[in-house]
Structure formats: C-alpha cells, structure tokens
Write a protein that binds this ligand. Sequence first.
Ligand code: ADP
Ligand code: MG
Length: 732
Amino acid sequence: MVRFDWDLGKVVGDKTAKVLANTLDLHTVGDLLRHYPRRYVQRGELTELSSLHDDELVTVVAMVKGVSKRSMKNRRGSILEAVVTDGTGELTLTFFNQAWRERDLRPGQIGLFAGKVGSYRHQRQLAHPDYEMFPDDVTDFREAAEKYADQIIPVYPASVKLPSWRVAKCVEVVLDSVGDLPDPIPDDVRRARGLPGLAEALEAVHRPKAIEKAWQAQRRLRYEEAFVLQTELARRRLSTAALPATPRAATPGGLVDALDERLPFELTEGQRRLGAEIAAELDTPHPMHRLLQGEVGAGKTVVALRAMLAVVDAGGQAALLAPTEVLAQQHHRSLTKMLGPLAQRGMLRDPEIGSDVGTRVALVTGSMSAAARREALLDIGLGDAGIVVGTHALLEERVQFFDVGLVVVDEQHRFGVEQRSALAAKSRDGTRPHVLVMTATPIPRTVAMTVFGDLEISTLADLPSGRADVATHVVPVDEKPHFLERAWQRVREEAAAGHRVYIVCPRIGDGDGDGEEDAASPAADDDRRRPVAVLELAEMLRSGPLAGVDLEVLHGRLPADVKDAAMARFASGEAPVLVATTVIEVGIDVPTASMMVIMDADRFGVSQLHQLRGRIGRGSIPGVCLLVTDAPADTSSRERLDAVAGTRDGFALSQVDLEQRREGDVLGAAQSGRRSSLKMLKVIRDVEIIQDAREAATAVVAADPELAEHPALDEAVRDVLAEQEADYLDKA
Ligand code: ADP
Ligand code: MG
C-alpha cells in the first residue's frame, strides 16, 4: 500500500518521476494526487468537424493531416498551421510564434483540440487551441473518439514535456495502488456537511464516473484546504494568547490624555470603542494580535497613535512599520505634527509641558545618511525615542530597541506573517510585543479571515461627522473631449475659491525609468500609449488651461526637502494645485482640498482609486472627483471606474477589487507561493466555506489544541507549514 509521503519513483518509475519533478515540481505520491485536473472534457462536448459554427467553443477529436510553417508578411514572427481531420471535415489550427509546437503535432497523431471556432479565407480555424495529443498507439480517431467518448477526460495543468494524458496515466497508477487514506477532516465535521471522505474524493476528482461526482469531490477538497488552514490559524491565535507579554497601561494624566486634549476634534464613537478595546488588551500579560481595518478617512492613525502613547506612558516603546519609504516619511511627519510639543522631549524646554510628559519620534529608513541613522539608533537603543517609524530597515539586526512593547504594521497587503513576527524577536526578556496591523482600505471578510486569520479583527466603520460629500464622475475623453476642457475650468474656479486641487497621473515623466515606485497599473499593457506623466501634464497646464494659476509638482523621486516644500506651498494655498503621482495616495491630509482629477484612471486599481479619492472631502467642503479615461465604454476598465463613481463604500469596492485581482496578489506572500496549499479554494468565491471552516476549526482546536486526537489533521497542518517555510526561504 503506497503512502502519501512516498517518492513517486517507487510507484511510476524513476524516469517518469524525474520528469514529474522537473516539469511540474511534483515529488511525492501526495503531490501528484493533489495535482487536480484543471477541467474536464465530456462526451457531450465532442463535436464533428462538419458541423462547426463560427464563435462556438468546441472540443474535437481529430488526426493531424499536415503541418506547415511560414513567416508573417507584415510583422516579425512565424505562423504554424496544422490541418486536422476527423473524416467529416477539416479544421486549421494556427499558432503564432510557437513553432516548437510542430513537435507535438506530428502527422498521423490523434488528439483532442479545444478552442473557439473562427474563419479565415473560408476555412474554419482554431487560433491557439488547447490540445491534448493521444498516445502513439491510438491510431484510429473513430476508435479514439469512441473510447474517449464514454469517459470524462480530466485535463491537467501540464507542460510541453509532459502532456495532460501522461499526467493522467501516472495518476491512475497511483490511484490504483493507494488504499484507505487518513482524512484530515474529522469524521463528525465531514458528515455534518455531507462531504465525501478523502480517498473517495481523490478518486472522484481524478476519475469521475459522473461529472457531478467531480464537483462534489472538488467541494470537499476546497473545504479541506480551508479547514486545514483555519486550523493552523486557530492554533496560532491560541498559542499567541498563551505567550507572555508585559502589560502596558496608559498613565492617567500621561501622553494619551495630553494628546486627547490637543486633538482639534472629538473622537468618534468607533474610535473610542476600539481605543478602549485596544487599551484593555494592551494591559494584559499576553500579547495583543489585532487587525485594525476601516474606511478611508475613518481616522485609524489617531487610534494607532493613542495605542502607541499608552505603551510609551507605561515606559515602553512603539514601532510603526510602513511598507515603503515614502509612507514611512509621511507617517513620521504626520505623527510628529499630531503630537506637536509632545514629540519634543529633550529638544526644547516648554514650560507648559511637564518634563515627564513627552517623547521623541525616530525615523529609520534604508536611505538615510549614516549620521542620521546613528543618531536614530542611539535614541532607539536608549529608549529616548518612544515612537519609532520605519520601513523594513527596522527589522534589521542592528536596530536594538530599549524595550519595544507594541508593533504597529501599516499593512497594505505587503507584509507577511513572517515579517510581522520578526520584530517580535526584538523584545526584552522573552516577552512578546503587542501587535496592531492596519490596512489602508477596508478588506473583505474572507480575505481578512485568510490573510490575517491569525489576528483578531476590529473594524472602524464610521466616518468622523461633518464630512462633506464627494461626487465622482467618469470623464470619457474620447467620447466627450469638451468635458476635459470643462474640468480644467472647474479647477480654476476651485483654486479661485481658495480650495485645493489634486491632479494625479500614473507616471512621472522624467525620462528616468517609467513611473512612480508605487504606481500599480493593473491594466498595464505594452501596446497602449504611455500613461499621462506628471511633468508633461504640469507643463501643458501651465502654458495652457491653467496659465496664471500657481501649480506644484510632487513625485517620489524628488528629494525629501523639495517634496516637503511643495507640500507646504500646496497646504498653505500658495500653490492651490498639485500635480502628483500616487505619492499622495496615503497619509496626505489637507482638509481644504475639494477636487481631484485622476488622469488615466483606468490604470489604477479600485482600492487605489478609493484611497486616492479619500484625500478630498476630508473637511467640510464638498468635493468632486473626476476619473479621466480613454477606456472605451462597456469594457471591464470602465466597469471598474463606474463602480468607484457609484459608491464611497470601501467595503463594497474592496469586493470589486478582489474580483479583479489574481488570487496570488490577494493572498500575498504567505499563500501565493509555487506550492501554495490553496489549490482549489478561491478566497473570492468560497466565502461560506471559509466562514464555516473557521468556526469548525476553532472548535476543534479549542477542544484539542495539540491535535492529539486528530493525527491526520495535524500532519496536514505540518505540510502546509513546511510549504510556507520553503516558500519563505526561497524568497529570502
Ligand atoms: P485613515 O483611517 O484613512 O488612515 P486618518 O487617520 O488619516 O484616516 O484620518 C483622516 C483625517 O481625519 C485626519 O485629518 C484626521 O486628523 C481626521 N480625524 C481623525 N479622527 C477624527 C475625528 N474624530 N473627527 C474629526 N476628524 C478626525
Ligand atoms: Mg491612514
């Protein structure tokens, strides 16, 4: 009886095992059995060549008649054409610049071909079809069609060297020799949900007798992935809760109170509630592990700052980790500003501040000068800097804290669990720091439960009152060019009224590389024109529609002092218009800003647009946001922009954003690796499964934290961890 952890060589032979290892990274019996079919081809879908219609999606069994190769006339490159026949008709398969496929498509070979039917010069053709060639011993397509017609054929993720049918053969060999497999899902959990056992599910997913059996098996395998992952997350929550931490409580009359007095506004209900929740957790002898997510502009920064100050009050230090240098600098500036004199202990003597109330905010980034760095490190090591803001440079060995009690991570999907815990190692006497993770925009529940599943989740949903409306409009420049003229006119009016206007472009345009380091452009495509650039647009506006209006530019490659000066002139109103890249995306806070024009808006992601738009309507002045685009109507780009224009609800938009992204982008470093444990589960789609699996797994772990009663589950969890570990090491 073969086992999951056996090397494949023992079962399929060393030669085949080597190919499986080299081409598909499959090494063990378990690897192969978990290499699920991508889809299935069914009898009903087989079509005769004589009855094809244009635009139809078809799968045909046919024999290769001939293959020819030629160069293209007007472009560089080659065309490979193969003519196939099934006796009822002929069909041409065309491949551009894929001459190597000639090796697969040998005359006389029979195969399955799938694709969308088109016509070219009265010939039916499939451009770039999927195909699966049958083994050499299949020589009669009628026979082949008949033989395969009865079956549901699994189509595997395959490679040139190892076509799907060969993978299928190996899987069959393995399936025939495995016996009963220990099931990671506990029987009662499985039965209560009517899910098949593991052995049954693997058989049905690879060799379904009926397609419904395959779907049922997929559902079970999905549930299993969610359940195993949630078991691990539940265990992490439980073991974190058991670790020692130093309780940190704010001192009455200390920094938290001093900040509250300084704040120019009342805290919202949500800020108070979360603040109390966090404060209570900081005051326990076990580390807090909490996600703080919330609407753009909801005021997360002040919640985090109050938590940091509580720790400083209690004699500890707090670190704020930002994903980029620009963001670290912005955080440093805004915290220092919010704290005012409270951040100047030892720098100037202010009679109004008691000598014991106050701290310092240090900044550590990769690019700071050696001298500045040395000074910051000293402040941190001596504990003079109560708050330390930095990039991943903070994780380096050489940064020694005096006593770090709280780590705040400004997450944005960019830090993995590993980095989050790296700072934990820096605390004193074996205790763990408390951890607060912040997201820049709201994230859907399932993502929170998967990516941040080891954290408790707090949501800041209410916006501070008195926030003005922001009206958002899509401006299709190709259809309505005069709209843009009208937009520049409106910019002049806003400036004249004493308001501020942001104009955002996807690119810098200084000829030095392509864009802003942060400018994600999901729709990037080499064939399109280059996106609008800050420097070019600023020049055009100065000499044209905005002549006479003072205008500043801002982007990530300007020196820090130039950036500061530009922001200062903009904030003060000396220059009411700022043409910028996405450097303004996060953290910038100018309450008099009333208008934003986003050029080539389709180049930005939904959450990014939402975050950008969050820069206006922050005070009491109603805002207007224009999404300028040349994306044609009825495209998915326009749908995304319409979605942003249609709502200011970040949770709704985060769902739209999620649907647009690739799974790997969503899950980030922790789960997107080449050997991800999530093969079937889609965070976007499988909401109920994840929710249910989380509850079930939490219950199982609570009753049996060591999983002593569930050895198969324990092993599955270990496998997931080993994969994540391997991935992490690969990346490091
Ligand atoms: P985000 O949650 O997007 O990070 P910020 O923390 O940057 O939002 O806060 C947005 C703006 O709202 C800032 O100008 C901040 O000073 C202000 N703000 C925060 N809390 C309140 C409040 N309770 N009332 C009024 N304004 C507030
Ligand atoms: Mg923020």
